[in-house]
Design a protein. Structure first.
Length: 337
């Protein structure tokens, strides 16, 4: 394909996932980007969900999907030798705090080694812009709120959090040594359409709709800064264009905390069903609260989240109901085949 003078080439790792596929939607809609996506479609959750995310993308001539693992240095080498990238948005990772306690080695191999593979190839091939998807989990169990980018992050309380902190440090190292501009974005509890099924809002919605109990760890007073995916994409897109400094760490959140009990009430209201609560002990690795100070994002990226939790939950439930209907239709089709 021949590029116009205005078209640039961007690599999005994890581009078939929840946040990544929304970013690809946005980039393709602009019509000025050639988008290359790397995703390994692993079985952390149902691979077919990720394939559904990219089905429409595959029809776009500006889109290319490469199925490979970011730990596979040889495969990555082939991709970089074929294409000169203007920017890398690195979202691929083994995700989740609790699962990382069960398999910390795989989290380190993917999230740390995979990140250094990409940074090393960015260095070797002269890629100037590197946007890294980090996490609010790096703040650990900090009692200081809201969480600011200047706060120390030397005490992560899960392997997942430690790998994300390590990724930020690697980005800084490659900025310092090789001049790669790095923007590390700390995402705060992202939710919305296409959300991963293991995340609380999606998991709770499914269990409530099926009349099954939802697991609540602790007394339900934990608080999260839930951020709608469209607002996150606004911040990521601005980070792609950011050139004012060589290295930045930036929070992307809603800057409002919501108690777990309130979240469940909102889901009950939108679903029209009461939740059955299965009380569980507090989980190692979980933090009591997250709360983003977004002043830096507002100043540097023009970040301005628009979606209140009430609106976001309504949009999510509308999407969720459509997905449930698709699943039921699929079952009926199989039964009558």
């Amino acid at each position: 394909m021949t590029l116009t003078n205005k078209q640039k080439i961007i690599l999005v790792t994890g581009g078939a996932g929840f946040i990544g596929s929304h970013l690809v939607d946005h980039l393709l809609a602009e019509g000025v980007w050639r988008v290359v996506v790397i995703d390994d479609f692993n079985d952390f959750y149902e691979p077919e969900a990720k394939r559904a995310n990219v089905r429409a993308h595959s029809e776009n001539s500006l889109y290319r999907l490469v199925e490979t693992d970011i730990r596979d240095r040889a495969a990555l080498n082939r991709i970089f030798s074929e294409t000169k990238f203007d920017c890398i948005v690195h979202l691929a990772a083994r995700a989740g705090v609790r699962p990382s306690l069960l398999d910390p080695v795989q989290y380190a191999e993917t999230n740390v080694n995979g990140t250094i593979n990409l940074l090393e190839l960015a260095r070797a091939h002269g890629v100037q812009q590197f946007v890294f998807g980090s996490s609010s989990s790096v703040y650990g169990a900090s009692a200081k709120v809201p969480f600011s980018e200047d706060d120390p992050v030397r005490q992560p309380i899960s392997p997942y959090a430690a790998t994300k902190a390590a990724g930020e440090l690697l980005c800084h190292t490659y900025t310092h040594l090789y001049g790669i501009r790095s923007v590390c974005l700390r995402f705060f509890t992202v939710y919305g359409t296409r959300q991963r099924p293991d995340l609380a809002i999606h998991k709770f919605a499914r269990l409530i709709s099926e009349g099954k109990p939802i697991p609540v760890y602790g007394d339900g007073t934990t608080r999260r800064d839930y951020t709608y995916v469209d607002d996150i994409i606004q911040g990521v897109r601005a980070a792609i264009d950011y050139t004012a400094s060589s290295y930045e760490v930036i929070n992307l959140g809603e800057s409002r905390t919501v108690e777990l009990r309130e979240l469940i009430t909102l889901l009950e209201s939108e679903l029209g069903q009461r939740a059955m609560i299965d009380r569980q002990p507090e989980q190692p690795g979980d933090v009591p609260q997250t709360f983003a100070d977004i002043r830096k994002a507002q100043r540097l990226l023009g970040y301005n989240p628009q979606t209140e939790i009430e609106t976001g939950i309504r949009r999510f439930v509308e999407w969720f109901r459509k997905e449930v209907m698709k699943e039921k239709s699929g079952v009926r089709s199989q039964e009558t085949a």
